[in-house]
Design a protein around this ligand. Sequence first.
Ligand SMILES: NC(=O)c1ccc[n+]([C@@H]2O[C@H](COP(=O)([O-])OP(=O)(O)OC[C@H]3O[C@@H](n4cnc5c(N)ncnc54)[C@H](OP(=O)(O)O)[C@@H]3O)[C@@H](O)[C@H]2O)c1
Length: 496
Amino acid sequence: MRKTISKDLDSNLVEEKKTLFIIFGGSGDLARRKLYPALFRLFLAGTLNEHFAVIGTSRRSWPDEYYQNIVLDSIAKVNGATQDDRQNFAKHFFYQANDVTDVGHYKVLKHRAREIAQKFQIDGPWLYYLAMAPTLFGTITENLARCEFLENSHPNRLVIEKPFGHDYLSAKTLNEEIQKAFPEKDIYRIDHYLGKEIVQNIVPFRFSNPLIKSIWNSKFISNIQITLAEKVGVEERAGYYEQAGALRDMFQNHISQLMMLSSMEEPVSLEANDFVEQKYRVLASLKPLNQQDLLNNFVRGQYCASKEMPGYREEAGVDPKSNVETFVAGKLELQTPSLKGVPIYFRTGKRLKEKETRIDVVFKAPETGPYLDAKNNVLTIFIDPSSGISLKYNAKSIGDTKILSHFEMQRLYTEEERHQMPEAYQRLFHDVLNGDKTNFVQWEELCASWKLTDQIVNYWHQQPLADSEFYAAGSLGPRSANDLLANDHNYWIYQG
Ligand SMILES: NC(=O)c1ccc[n+]([C@@H]2O[C@H](COP(=O)([O-])OP(=O)(O)OC[C@H]3O[C@@H](n4cnc5c(N)ncnc54)[C@H](OP(=O)(O)O)[C@@H]3O)[C@@H](O)[C@H]2O)c1
């Protein structure tokens, strides 16, 4: 018998969470690479203990033992566990072949789920994780409701992966389908960026330090810049990417989330509803875009071949005449009470110079007084690959001089700290087990981010890519992304 009370992620004492997990897409890549290791870490932490079980399902037929070996393989690289821990964990896993489009299969699945819940004395929630193509989400929730999975005494929670829709209308249709079976309070939409340590730290950092809080407003901030640069190209995802493009793939979800967290007003409490309400208000209050804004404030690009790397149109699975954007940059104007009128710039792209995700908050330089040569203070939140916070400040150059220099105070998480940090999926599972929706995407936010995304995409679709919109693989994107800021007398802080 393992310990029933243990140190939790944040060192609070917690009770074991008695849960039955049903993972749709249990044989898939996401389940193997992310979900099973995350559950194992929760098992090692004691959050999952004796009274939990996982039923993996997909169409292929696997005996339980085979599935348990798959699970053992997927947790092989998790450190800090004994062989007994691994074996004890795997014993909680069961496999049930199930085609989600076949109603008959759900009856078998429900019978099995009941038996397993009884065997492990699970009286807590049943958690349905849809690690599958989103086109099947509606079918699964409808069949779960039809086959009376949701009418039992236990609570039910639904966890779904992105992409949630292709545009506003498809997201709305999907949402309506899902909400026929699950109320919004039981739906957990994952954006794994919200599970990252540093991302979860943006709001505490902004509001728990009176020094920072007092300057995070339009009186002091000149502009905010969000960069999410990828070094990789489209890889094996050409099929999906040809339908999506950079704006849908990165802006609609991750960048929108970073934008909301870095510009939301202080929530009245840390309760999920209060927190999410403030996030949503950022998007809801953005200055509406007119035709002129669409023309002037957004830049798209597509990578073309450089010496060592192929262009997007040469990648396997990509239409040689593809008009899909692999780069976007844009400017939006915040209208929240504290940051009214402050521009927020964003850019993201594939096959850029380096992998780099960060938020640069650029403060105004002095406009009066003797230090007019001082540079802007810049506060950077590094997200990936390094993670932490830095502040660039002016000070006198060392020596017998009055000349100013720019210095940097930096606190990055060490390798050891990063190693000890719970991974995004571990945290997010942990939150679902606690019924905490703070770090999940609510329908209102999704709705607002899709409407904004649609407006830009629809405008672009009217014209094919121009020659000036192509950028060399390995560069920082098209020149027009720099012009976007230069027109406002600003420049990108991150230059690669
Ligand atoms: N992989 C990642 O790192 C990642 C990251 C973020 C989001 N996501 C999202 O997570 C979801 C899953 O991604 P994935 O990479 O794990 O995909 P995947 O490897 O293709 O897995 C898909 C799973 O669905 C099962 N499946 C397909 N059709 C089915 C049906 N009719 N009935 C029952 N099972 C069926 C497949 O097994 P069978 O063929 O045996 O049925 C397989 O287990 C997608 O929405 C993706 O966008 C993935």
